[in-house]
Design a protein around this ligand. Structure first.
Ligand code: NAD
Length: 576
């Protein structure tokens, strides 16, 4: 009886989902019919997820679903690992990170192939967009991250604390939930987990049920790199497993990357136990093509930024506002660039764009195209499903003469569709770009740096690229995150790193002097405070002289509380 009980408990505690890959067979090219598994509430009861490739329907592998009731024990293990890990000096935390980076590079082919098969982006694209960011983030963390997380002196100018020495310490939160989407199944959780662990946290990754194999691979790499046992674990499943993580009070923070409605639910659930919440949500990125732009360059860049990952990128260019004067030549240049995109199987070397991940994605693209056509939009290129390649292959599609009311100009399309609208001026382009519920990133295409620098801060979004797009994600010094419905908080770079720690302020004084404001409150303290404030309220030479004359006899009294000379600089700052 005891042995059975122990076996059951052990199964939950030591839960690691098995990975089973099947060899890719190019001849096995049936269209995949994957549904959005998130919507599938029976993930609570389901025991396994069988992953079928969106590229050809072949079985890529399967994972065991984590029973929600097993999650508490996993969190307890992560917490135990965290208690040990937070004491590990920073220079030692870097060692497994270094090994992790090497492992990623050594296994680049296997990772790229897994992502290509499981999610559908071409293998070369997977290598570039899924593996470069972790490489750059690990370098950022090893150099700047270590420096930024060191205790730091506070350069306070407050005159009343001039006898003190103050320091910031950066403490980890503890256990985090990392809830990830399917569109960048490797780079998103990998970079988030790298930063979380360097900062001393533990984390449980819950990948999307559409890409559980890549999620399992991410965690496997952490384990092989030598991070402490239990520090980074994987929870497989969907909403029930996500909710179980969010309900647990030991989980102190969540980085959620996904859609706006689920992001709201996540924030609501997290609020019940006061967790730190970072939300990386959807986008409807605009590109502003100004009349002086290099049109060929802009067309080439926007073709990539709108179709990378079959348009399933939070920061895809979905709306293009073009100054009227160059509207037609730009359209033609963009059409020509999009027409060159080679749609095909993600494992073929000559493929630029693979399938969309599932039928629900394809249907949304079709809905936006039909709506645009019904409202006077003009299909310049594409518009159809390439059934000859498979059910999930959708042509890169360009719609001209878009209007504000079209669904494709309002809702996130998240597919291979780009819509173009003429505008009268750069200012109108900015107004239209900002007239959106989203605000993730934007781009400006111009040859004039002064114009770009004037317009960029006017755009309501988390980052702006000039003559390129999505730069902030690739540059680990760039800050990543959105405004409005696109999210809350930041990841990446200095600001992203500080989101993962709790700054602590420590103030020390050893003069033994009682603070001026301690009991007993006296008429004298009242007078001194009042003179000082009266002078600061309307500073003038005359008032300054009067205050100095009044304070002079109090100097001896004041030195019982402060070192007046040290205060002078700080007091002068109050004069401004
Ligand atoms: P999604 O919101 O459907 O799912 C995201 C994750 O949340 C999945 O792991 C899912 O299983 C989990 N989940 C679902 N219901 C949950 C619940 N009730 N509680 C807890 N977790 C739950 O998103 P998706 O379809 O996987 O990803 C696409 C979306 O993600 C797009 O909107 C895209 O713009 C956005 N995205 C944003 C960024 C960014 O950096 N801002 C990056 C990538 C993707």
């Amino acid at each position: 009886m005891f042995a059975v009980l122990r076996g059951t408990v052990w199964r939950f505690v030591s839960y690691t989902p098995p990975l089973r890959y099947t060899k890719f067979d190019a001849a096995f090219a049936i269209p995949a019919l994957q549904e959005n598994l998130n919507a599938c509430s029976n993930l609570k009861r389901m025991e396994r997820i069988v992953v079928k490739s969106p590229a050809d329907g072949s079985v890529v592998g399967e994972v065991a679903v984590t029973p929600p009731e097993a999650i508490e024990a996993m969190i307890a293990r992560a917490h135990a690992a965290y208690l040990h890990w937070r004491e590990v000096p920073m220079h030692q935390r870097v060692e497994p990170l270094r090994r992790l980076k090497r492992l990623i590079l050594q296994e680049r082919h296997a990772i790229a192939e897994l992502v290509a098969r499981e999610q559908g982006k071409p293998r070369i694209e997977a290598m570039i967009v899924e593996l470069f960011p972790p490489l750059d983030v690990s370098a950022f963390l090893m150099y700047d991250g270590v420096r930024l997380l060191q205790p730091r002196r506070v350069r306070s100018k407050n005159p009343f604390f001039s006898d003190r020495r103050s320091t910031y310490y950066f403490h980890p939160y503890g256990v985090w939930a990392v809830i990830a989407p399917w569109n960048y199944p490797f780079t998103i959780p990998m970079t988030q987990l790298m930063a979380l662990t360097l900062a001393g946290n533990a984390a449980l990754l819950k990948p999307s049920p559409l890409t559980p194999l890549t999620g399992a691979k991410v965690v496997e790499l952490f384990e092989r790199a030598g991070f402490p046992e239990g520090l980074v674990q994987v929870v497989q499943g969907g909403a029930p497993q996500g909710s179980a993580l969010l309900a647990n009070p030991t989980v102190r923070g969540v980085i959620f990357t996904g859609s706006v409605p689920i992001g709201r639910t996540v924030a609501e659930q997290a609020a019940k136990t006061n967790k730190k919440v970072i939300l990386e949500l959807g986008g409807k990125d605009p590109a502003l093509v100004l009349a002086d732009a290099d049109l060929q360059h802009a067309a080439q860049g926007i073709a990539w930024a709108s179709m990378v990952n079959a348009g399933q990128t939070c920061a895809s260019v979905e709306r293009v506002y073009v100054e009227q004067r160059v509207y037609e030549p730009f359209l033609e240049a963009l059409r020509a660039e999009l027409a060159k995109i080679r749609l095909g199987h993600p494992l073929h070397a000559e493929t630029d764009m693979g399938p969309v991940v599932a039928r629900f994605q394809r249907e949304r693209v079709q809905r936006h195209i039909e709506d645009a056509c019904a409202r006077g939009g003009r299909i310049v290129l594409g518009g159809r499903i390439r059934a000859d390649l498979g059910e999930l292959y959708h042509e890169p599609t360009l719609i001209a003469d878009a209007t504000d009311a079209m669904l494709g100009m309002q809702e996130e399309t998240f597919g291979p569709l780009v819509m173009v609208q003429p505008v009268a001026s750069a200012e109108e382009a900015v107004r239209k770009a900002n007239a959106s519920a989203f605000g993730l990133t934007a781009s400006i295409w111009t040859r004039d740096p002064r114009k770009a620098q004037r317009l960029a801060p006017m755009l309501e979004c988390g980052s702006v690229s000039v003559n390129s797009h999505i730069v902030a994600y690739g540059d680990s010094y760039g800050v990543w995150g959105g405004v409005k419905d696109s999210g809350v908080g930041r990841t990446h770079g200095e600001f992203g790193l500080y989101e993962l720690v709790q700054p602590q302020y420590v103030s020390e004084v050893y003069t033994g002097k009682p603070e001026l404001w301690w009991y007993p409150y006296s008429a004298r303290v009242h007078r001194i405070t009042d003179w000082l404030m009266a002078f600061l309220a309307s500073p003038s030479l005359k008032m300054g002289g009067a205050t100095a004359r009044r304070l002079l006899p109090e100097l001896r009294y004041l030195t019982r509380h402060f070192t007046p000379l040290k205060m002078t600089g700080g007091l002068l700052r109050y004069l401004r």
